[in-house]
Design a protein around this ligand. Sequence first.
Ligand SMILES: Cc1ncc(COP(=O)(O)O)c(C=O)c1O
Length: 399
Amino acid sequence: MGNDWKAIEAKYYMQAVARQPIVLVKGEGTRVWDDEGNEYLDFTSGWAVNNVGHSNPSVADAVNEQARTLLQTSNQFYTVPQLKLAQILVDNSCMDRVFFGNSGAEANEGAVKLARKYGKLNRGGAYEVITAWNSFHGRTLAMTSATGKPHAKEDPFQPFPEGFVTVDYDDIDAVKDATTDRTSAVILEPVQGEGGVNIPSKEYLKDVREWCDKQGLLLIFDEVQTGLGRLGTLFGYQSFEVEPDVMTLAKGLGGGVPIGAFLAKESASVLEPKGEHGSTFGGNALTCAAAYASTRYILDNDLSHNSNVMGQRLMKGLMELERDCEPVTTVRGMGLLCAVEFSEDVSAQVISSCNESGLLLNMVKPNAIRLMPPLTVNASEVDEGLERLKVGISKVFEG
Ligand SMILES: Cc1ncc(COP(=O)(O)O)c(C=O)c1O
Protein backbone atom coordinates (compact mmCIF):
# COMPACT_ATOMS: atom_id res chain seq x y z
CA MET A 1 0.00 0.00 0.00
CA GLY A 2 3.04 2.25 0.38
CA ASN A 3 1.88 5.75 1.18
CA ASP A 4 -1.62 5.36 -0.23
CA TRP A 5 -3.19 6.85 2.90
CA LYS A 6 -6.76 6.55 1.61
CA ALA A 7 -6.28 2.81 1.04
CA ILE A 8 -4.67 2.45 4.47
CA GLU A 9 -7.67 4.20 6.05
CA ALA A 10 -10.08 1.93 4.18
CA LYS A 11 -8.23 -1.16 5.44
CA TYR A 12 -7.37 -0.21 9.02
CA TYR A 13 -9.72 2.48 10.31
CA MET A 14 -13.25 1.84 11.64
CA GLN A 15 -15.43 2.87 8.77
CA ALA A 16 -17.47 5.24 10.90
CA VAL A 17 -16.17 8.53 9.55
CA ALA A 18 -17.17 10.34 6.35
CA ARG A 19 -14.09 12.03 4.92
CA GLN A 20 -13.20 14.25 2.00
CA PRO A 21 -10.67 12.57 -0.34
CA ILE A 22 -7.85 14.81 0.86
CA VAL A 23 -4.82 13.95 3.00
CA LEU A 24 -3.81 17.09 4.85
CA VAL A 25 -0.16 17.31 5.81
CA LYS A 26 0.50 20.93 6.76
CA GLY A 27 -1.26 24.05 8.00
CA GLU A 28 -0.31 27.66 8.54
CA GLY A 29 -2.75 30.38 9.55
CA THR A 30 -5.87 30.05 7.39
CA ARG A 31 -4.24 27.73 4.86
CA VAL A 32 -3.60 23.99 4.71
CA TRP A 33 -1.79 21.79 2.17
CA ASP A 34 -2.41 18.22 1.06
CA ASP A 35 0.11 15.47 0.34
CA GLU A 36 0.09 16.41 -3.36
CA GLY A 37 1.09 19.99 -2.62
CA ASN A 38 -2.35 21.53 -3.24
CA GLU A 39 -3.15 24.58 -1.10
CA TYR A 40 -6.57 25.27 0.42
CA LEU A 41 -8.19 28.02 2.44
CA ASP A 42 -9.49 26.19 5.48
CA PHE A 43 -12.96 27.48 6.34
CA THR A 44 -13.61 24.43 8.54
CA SER A 45 -10.89 25.15 11.15
CA GLY A 46 -10.87 21.52 12.25
CA TRP A 47 -14.58 21.98 13.14
CA ALA A 48 -14.23 25.35 14.86
CA VAL A 49 -11.03 24.37 16.66
CA ASN A 50 -8.23 26.36 15.02
CA ASN A 51 -9.39 29.75 16.30
CA VAL A 52 -5.80 31.04 16.47
CA GLY A 53 -4.94 29.63 13.03
CA HIS A 54 -3.04 26.52 12.05
CA SER A 55 0.39 26.03 13.63
CA ASN A 56 0.08 29.21 15.65
CA PRO A 57 3.68 29.98 16.75
CA SER A 58 2.66 30.90 20.33
CA VAL A 59 0.84 27.59 20.76
CA ALA A 60 3.60 25.63 19.04
CA ASP A 61 6.24 27.22 21.31
CA ALA A 62 4.15 26.50 24.43
CA VAL A 63 3.67 22.86 23.40
CA ASN A 64 7.35 22.48 22.62
CA GLU A 65 8.48 24.02 25.89
CA GLN A 66 5.95 22.11 28.00
CA ALA A 67 6.72 18.80 26.28
CA ARG A 68 10.36 19.24 27.25
CA THR A 69 9.49 20.22 30.83
CA LEU A 70 6.57 18.17 32.15
CA LEU A 71 3.93 16.37 30.10
CA GLN A 72 1.57 14.75 32.57
CA THR A 73 1.27 14.33 36.30
CA SER A 74 -2.41 13.43 36.99
CA ASN A 75 -4.60 15.59 39.18
CA GLN A 76 -3.04 14.12 42.30
CA PHE A 77 -0.72 17.13 42.10
CA TYR A 78 -0.90 20.81 41.29
CA THR A 79 0.57 21.93 37.97
CA VAL A 80 1.30 25.49 36.90
CA PRO A 81 -0.18 25.40 33.33
CA GLN A 82 -3.50 24.06 34.65
CA LEU A 83 -3.81 26.78 37.25
CA LYS A 84 -2.73 29.54 34.86
CA LEU A 85 -5.43 28.38 32.46
CA ALA A 86 -8.06 28.20 35.21
CA GLN A 87 -7.17 31.73 36.25
CA ILE A 88 -7.25 33.29 32.78
CA LEU A 89 -10.63 31.70 31.98
CA VAL A 90 -12.26 32.69 35.24
CA ASP A 91 -10.76 36.21 35.20
CA ASN A 92 -12.12 36.81 31.70
CA SER A 93 -15.59 35.33 32.13
CA CYS A 94 -18.55 35.59 34.48
CA MET A 95 -17.60 32.22 36.00
CA ASP A 96 -15.93 31.43 39.32
CA ARG A 97 -14.59 27.89 38.98
CA VAL A 98 -13.47 25.50 36.27
CA PHE A 99 -12.91 21.78 35.78
CA PHE A 100 -10.90 20.47 32.84
CA GLY A 101 -11.61 17.39 30.73
CA ASN A 102 -10.64 16.19 27.28
CA SER A 103 -13.48 17.02 24.91
CA GLY A 104 -16.74 18.84 24.45
CA ALA A 105 -18.82 15.77 25.22
CA GLU A 106 -16.92 15.20 28.44
CA ALA A 107 -17.35 18.85 29.41
CA ASN A 108 -21.10 18.55 28.88
CA GLU A 109 -21.20 15.30 30.87
CA GLY A 110 -19.59 17.16 33.74
CA ALA A 111 -22.10 20.00 33.44
CA VAL A 112 -25.01 17.54 33.53
CA LYS A 113 -23.55 15.75 36.57
CA LEU A 114 -23.30 19.13 38.22
CA ALA A 115 -26.94 19.90 37.29
CA ARG A 116 -28.11 16.60 38.77
CA LYS A 117 -26.26 17.23 41.99
CA TYR A 118 -27.66 20.76 42.07
CA GLY A 119 -31.17 19.37 41.61
CA LYS A 120 -30.62 16.91 44.46
CA LEU A 121 -29.46 19.68 46.77
CA ASN A 122 -31.84 22.43 45.74
CA ARG A 123 -34.89 21.04 43.96
CA GLY A 124 -35.92 17.93 45.85
CA GLY A 125 -34.02 15.44 43.72
CA ALA A 126 -34.79 16.98 40.33
CA TYR A 127 -32.53 15.55 37.63
CA GLU A 128 -34.03 16.25 34.22
CA VAL A 129 -32.30 18.59 31.80
CA ILE A 130 -34.27 20.41 29.12
CA THR A 131 -32.47 20.48 25.77
CA ALA A 132 -33.42 21.83 22.33
CA TRP A 133 -34.21 20.24 18.99
CA ASN A 134 -31.33 20.59 16.51
CA SER A 135 -28.83 20.94 19.34
CA PHE A 136 -25.59 19.01 19.40
CA HIS A 137 -23.88 18.12 22.67
CA GLY A 138 -21.53 15.26 21.79
CA ARG A 139 -21.27 11.56 21.10
CA THR A 140 -21.11 9.84 24.47
CA LEU A 141 -24.28 7.92 25.30
CA ALA A 142 -25.65 10.62 27.60
CA MET A 143 -24.75 13.43 25.21
CA THR A 144 -26.28 11.54 22.31
CA SER A 145 -29.38 11.40 24.45
CA ALA A 146 -29.13 15.14 25.19
CA THR A 147 -28.58 16.03 21.53
CA GLY A 148 -31.75 17.25 19.86
CA LYS A 149 -32.21 14.62 17.19
CA PRO A 150 -34.99 12.04 17.25
CA HIS A 151 -33.75 8.58 18.32
CA ALA A 152 -35.31 5.89 16.19
CA LYS A 153 -36.44 2.73 18.00
CA GLU A 154 -34.08 0.74 15.81
CA ASP A 155 -31.10 2.97 16.67
CA PRO A 156 -28.29 0.47 17.40
CA PHE A 157 -27.17 2.40 20.46
CA GLN A 158 -30.49 2.15 22.31
CA PRO A 159 -31.24 2.35 25.17
CA PHE A 160 -29.99 5.88 25.83
CA PRO A 161 -29.63 7.30 29.34
CA GLU A 162 -32.81 9.02 30.48
CA GLY A 163 -33.15 12.45 32.02
CA PHE A 164 -33.35 14.68 28.96
CA VAL A 165 -36.44 16.42 27.62
CA THR A 166 -36.19 18.03 24.18
CA VAL A 167 -38.15 21.14 23.20
CA ASP A 168 -38.22 23.58 20.28
CA TYR A 169 -35.32 26.04 20.16
CA ASP A 170 -36.04 29.77 20.33
CA ASP A 171 -39.40 29.10 21.98
CA ILE A 172 -39.65 30.19 25.61
CA ASP A 173 -43.13 28.71 26.04
CA ALA A 174 -41.76 25.30 25.11
CA VAL A 175 -39.21 25.57 27.94
CA LYS A 176 -41.90 26.67 30.38
CA ASP A 177 -44.27 23.87 29.33
CA ALA A 178 -41.54 21.25 29.73
CA THR A 179 -40.56 22.37 33.24
CA THR A 180 -41.75 20.06 36.01
CA ASP A 181 -40.67 19.12 39.54
CA ARG A 182 -38.13 16.82 37.91
CA THR A 183 -36.34 19.63 36.02
CA SER A 184 -32.93 20.69 37.27
CA ALA A 185 -31.46 22.59 34.33
CA VAL A 186 -31.76 23.88 30.79
CA ILE A 187 -28.85 23.36 28.39
CA LEU A 188 -28.64 25.46 25.24
CA GLU A 189 -26.10 26.52 22.66
CA PRO A 190 -26.16 30.33 22.34
CA VAL A 191 -26.09 29.67 18.58
CA GLN A 192 -26.70 26.12 17.37
CA GLY A 193 -23.65 25.15 15.32
CA GLU A 194 -24.04 21.58 14.11
CA GLY A 195 -27.79 22.07 13.79
CA GLY A 196 -27.23 24.54 10.95
CA VAL A 197 -26.02 27.81 12.55
CA ASN A 198 -29.39 28.69 14.10
CA ILE A 199 -29.35 32.09 15.77
CA PRO A 200 -32.03 32.65 18.40
CA SER A 201 -33.58 35.98 19.31
CA LYS A 202 -31.90 37.89 22.13
CA GLU A 203 -35.22 37.86 24.00
CA TYR A 204 -35.27 34.06 23.97
CA LEU A 205 -32.06 33.62 25.92
CA LYS A 206 -33.02 36.47 28.26
CA ASP A 207 -36.45 34.90 28.83
CA VAL A 208 -34.89 31.50 29.51
CA ARG A 209 -32.56 33.16 32.01
CA GLU A 210 -35.50 34.80 33.74
CA TRP A 211 -37.46 31.54 33.80
CA CYS A 212 -34.52 29.62 35.25
CA ASP A 213 -34.13 32.25 37.98
CA LYS A 214 -37.81 32.08 38.81
CA GLN A 215 -37.84 28.28 38.95
CA GLY A 216 -34.45 27.76 40.56
CA LEU A 217 -33.06 25.93 37.51
CA LEU A 218 -29.48 26.02 36.31
CA LEU A 219 -28.91 27.58 32.92
CA ILE A 220 -26.09 25.79 31.10
CA PHE A 221 -24.65 27.25 27.91
CA ASP A 222 -22.85 24.75 25.73
CA GLU A 223 -20.17 27.05 24.32
CA VAL A 224 -18.06 24.22 22.96
CA GLN A 225 -18.44 25.74 19.49
CA THR A 226 -19.35 29.36 20.25
CA GLY A 227 -16.72 30.04 22.91
CA LEU A 228 -13.30 31.68 22.57
CA GLY A 229 -14.22 34.41 20.10
CA ARG A 230 -16.18 32.48 17.50
CA LEU A 231 -19.29 34.69 17.67
CA GLY A 232 -17.39 37.99 17.84
CA THR A 233 -17.23 38.14 21.64
CA LEU A 234 -14.91 36.07 23.83
CA PHE A 235 -17.89 33.95 24.91
CA GLY A 236 -21.20 33.64 23.13
CA TYR A 237 -23.19 34.63 26.20
CA GLN A 238 -21.68 38.12 25.92
CA SER A 239 -23.18 38.57 22.44
CA PHE A 240 -26.61 37.97 23.97
CA GLU A 241 -25.95 39.76 27.27
CA VAL A 242 -27.15 36.75 29.22
CA GLU A 243 -25.00 35.07 31.85
CA PRO A 244 -25.42 31.32 32.29
CA ASP A 245 -24.75 29.54 35.60
CA VAL A 246 -22.60 26.94 33.87
CA MET A 247 -20.65 27.09 30.63
CA THR A 248 -18.87 24.36 28.72
CA LEU A 249 -15.89 24.87 26.42
CA ALA A 250 -13.71 22.70 24.18
CA LYS A 251 -12.84 23.03 20.46
CA GLY A 252 -11.24 26.52 20.23
CA LEU A 253 -9.96 26.35 23.79
CA GLY A 254 -6.83 24.34 23.05
CA GLY A 255 -5.58 26.08 19.90
CA GLY A 256 -5.59 22.62 18.28
CA VAL A 257 -4.94 20.26 21.18
CA PRO A 258 -7.79 18.25 22.75
CA ILE A 259 -9.17 19.83 25.89
CA GLY A 260 -12.61 20.53 27.35
CA ALA A 261 -13.82 22.45 30.37
CA PHE A 262 -16.91 23.20 32.34
CA LEU A 263 -17.08 26.39 34.32
CA ALA A 264 -19.63 27.40 36.93
CA LYS A 265 -20.59 30.29 39.12
CA GLU A 266 -19.84 29.75 42.78
CA SER A 267 -23.51 29.02 43.56
CA ALA A 268 -23.52 26.20 40.99
CA SER A 269 -20.09 24.72 41.85
CA VAL A 270 -21.57 21.84 43.80
CA LEU A 271 -19.24 18.99 42.82
CA GLU A 272 -17.92 18.29 46.29
CA PRO A 273 -16.62 16.45 48.27
CA LYS A 274 -13.26 15.97 46.65
CA GLY A 275 -13.18 12.92 44.40
CA GLU A 276 -16.77 13.30 43.23
CA HIS A 277 -15.60 13.99 39.69
CA GLY A 278 -12.29 13.34 37.99
CA SER A 279 -10.25 12.67 34.88
CA THR A 280 -6.80 11.20 34.28
CA PHE A 281 -5.89 13.48 31.41
CA GLY A 282 -8.24 16.36 32.19
CA GLY A 283 -6.16 19.44 32.95
CA ASN A 284 -3.03 17.77 31.64
CA ALA A 285 0.04 20.03 31.71
CA LEU A 286 0.66 19.87 27.95
CA THR A 287 -2.89 20.63 26.84
CA CYS A 288 -3.28 23.35 29.45
CA ALA A 289 -0.04 25.02 28.37
CA ALA A 290 -1.32 25.03 24.78
CA ALA A 291 -4.76 26.28 25.84
CA TYR A 292 -3.24 29.01 27.99
CA ALA A 293 -1.07 30.18 25.08
CA SER A 294 -4.06 30.07 22.74
CA THR A 295 -6.37 31.95 25.12
CA ARG A 296 -3.64 34.53 25.79
CA TYR A 297 -3.22 34.95 22.02
CA ILE A 298 -6.97 35.43 21.53
CA LEU A 299 -7.04 38.09 24.24
CA ASP A 300 -3.79 39.87 23.35
CA ASN A 301 -4.68 40.07 19.66
CA ASP A 302 -8.36 40.80 20.27
CA LEU A 303 -9.38 37.98 17.95
CA SER A 304 -12.99 38.36 19.12
CA HIS A 305 -13.00 41.78 17.47
CA ASN A 306 -11.40 40.39 14.31
CA SER A 307 -14.02 37.63 14.32
CA ASN A 308 -16.71 40.31 14.45
CA VAL A 309 -15.22 42.47 11.69
CA MET A 310 -14.26 39.60 9.38
CA GLY A 311 -17.58 37.91 10.10
CA GLN A 312 -19.38 41.02 8.86
CA ARG A 313 -17.23 41.07 5.73
CA LEU A 314 -17.91 37.39 5.10
CA MET A 315 -21.66 37.85 5.68
CA LYS A 316 -21.75 40.82 3.28
CA GLY A 317 -20.22 38.60 0.58
CA LEU A 318 -22.60 35.74 1.41
CA MET A 319 -25.59 38.09 1.21
CA GLU A 320 -24.45 39.19 -2.25
CA LEU A 321 -24.23 35.52 -3.15
CA GLU A 322 -27.78 35.01 -1.92
CA ARG A 323 -28.91 37.94 -4.06
CA ASP A 324 -27.07 36.83 -7.22
CA CYS A 325 -27.26 33.04 -7.03
CA GLU A 326 -30.77 31.65 -7.20
CA PRO A 327 -30.13 28.24 -5.59
CA VAL A 328 -28.86 30.02 -2.45
CA THR A 329 -31.99 30.49 -0.37
CA THR A 330 -30.64 31.76 2.96
CA VAL A 331 -27.38 32.84 4.55
CA ARG A 332 -26.92 33.39 8.25
CA GLY A 333 -24.07 33.98 10.61
CA MET A 334 -22.69 35.57 13.73
CA GLY A 335 -19.01 36.37 14.04
CA LEU A 336 -17.17 33.71 12.07
CA LEU A 337 -19.83 31.02 12.32
CA CYS A 338 -21.80 31.21 9.09
CA ALA A 339 -24.02 29.00 6.94
CA VAL A 340 -25.29 29.00 3.38
CA GLU A 341 -28.49 27.14 2.60
CA PHE A 342 -29.51 25.90 -0.85
CA SER A 343 -32.87 25.14 -2.40
CA GLU A 344 -31.73 21.55 -3.06
CA ASP A 345 -29.66 18.92 -1.24
CA VAL A 346 -26.40 19.90 -2.93
CA SER A 347 -24.04 20.33 0.06
CA ALA A 348 -21.93 17.29 -0.86
CA GLN A 349 -21.52 18.48 -4.46
CA VAL A 350 -20.75 22.07 -3.39
CA ILE A 351 -18.15 20.84 -0.90
CA SER A 352 -16.34 18.67 -3.41
CA SER A 353 -16.52 21.38 -6.06
CA CYS A 354 -15.07 23.88 -3.56
CA ASN A 355 -12.32 21.39 -2.69
CA GLU A 356 -11.28 21.73 -6.31
CA SER A 357 -11.47 25.52 -6.22
CA GLY A 358 -9.27 25.46 -3.09
CA LEU A 359 -11.74 26.07 -0.26
CA LEU A 360 -12.53 23.61 2.54
CA LEU A 361 -16.09 23.68 3.86
CA ASN A 362 -18.25 21.65 6.19
CA MET A 363 -21.72 20.18 5.66
CA VAL A 364 -24.29 20.85 8.39
CA LYS A 365 -27.36 19.71 6.47
CA PRO A 366 -27.84 18.02 3.13
CA ASN A 367 -28.80 21.48 1.85
CA ALA A 368 -26.56 23.69 4.04
CA ILE A 369 -22.83 24.27 4.39
CA ARG A 370 -21.01 25.89 7.28
CA LEU A 371 -18.10 28.36 7.08
CA MET A 372 -15.94 28.88 10.16
CA PRO A 373 -12.47 30.15 9.26
CA PRO A 374 -9.79 30.69 11.90
CA LEU A 375 -10.38 33.91 13.83
CA THR A 376 -7.01 35.14 12.53
CA VAL A 377 -8.38 35.32 8.98
CA ASN A 378 -7.71 38.62 7.20
CA ALA A 379 -9.74 40.63 4.68
CA SER A 380 -7.97 39.35 1.58
CA GLU A 381 -8.41 35.74 2.73
CA VAL A 382 -12.12 36.33 3.33
CA ASP A 383 -12.44 37.81 -0.18
CA GLU A 384 -10.41 34.99 -1.68
CA GLY A 385 -12.58 32.44 0.16
CA LEU A 386 -15.74 34.09 -1.18
CA GLU A 387 -14.29 34.01 -4.69
CA ARG A 388 -13.44 30.30 -4.39
CA LEU A 389 -16.91 29.64 -2.98
CA LYS A 390 -18.55 31.35 -5.96
CA VAL A 391 -16.43 29.32 -8.38
CA GLY A 392 -17.28 26.09 -6.53
CA ILE A 393 -21.02 26.81 -6.42
CA SER A 394 -21.27 27.97 -10.00
CA LYS A 395 -19.61 24.74 -11.23
CA VAL A 396 -22.29 22.71 -9.45
CA PHE A 397 -25.16 24.65 -10.91
CA GLU A 398 -23.73 25.19 -14.37
CA GLY A 399 -22.43 21.65 -14.67
C1 LIG B 1 -22.01 22.65 20.72
C2 LIG B 1 -21.20 21.38 20.80
N1 LIG B 1 -21.18 20.70 21.95
C3 LIG B 1 -20.46 19.57 22.08
C4 LIG B 1 -19.75 19.06 21.03
C5 LIG B 1 -18.96 17.80 21.21
O1 LIG B 1 -17.61 18.10 21.27
P1 LIG B 1 -16.51 16.93 21.14
O2 LIG B 1 -16.60 16.43 19.74
O3 LIG B 1 -15.24 17.60 21.46
O4 LIG B 1 -16.89 15.89 22.14
C6 LIG B 1 -19.75 19.74 19.81
C7 LIG B 1 -19.02 19.20 18.66
O5 LIG B 1 -19.24 19.53 17.54
C8 LIG B 1 -20.49 20.93 19.68
O6 LIG B 1 -20.54 21.61 18.55
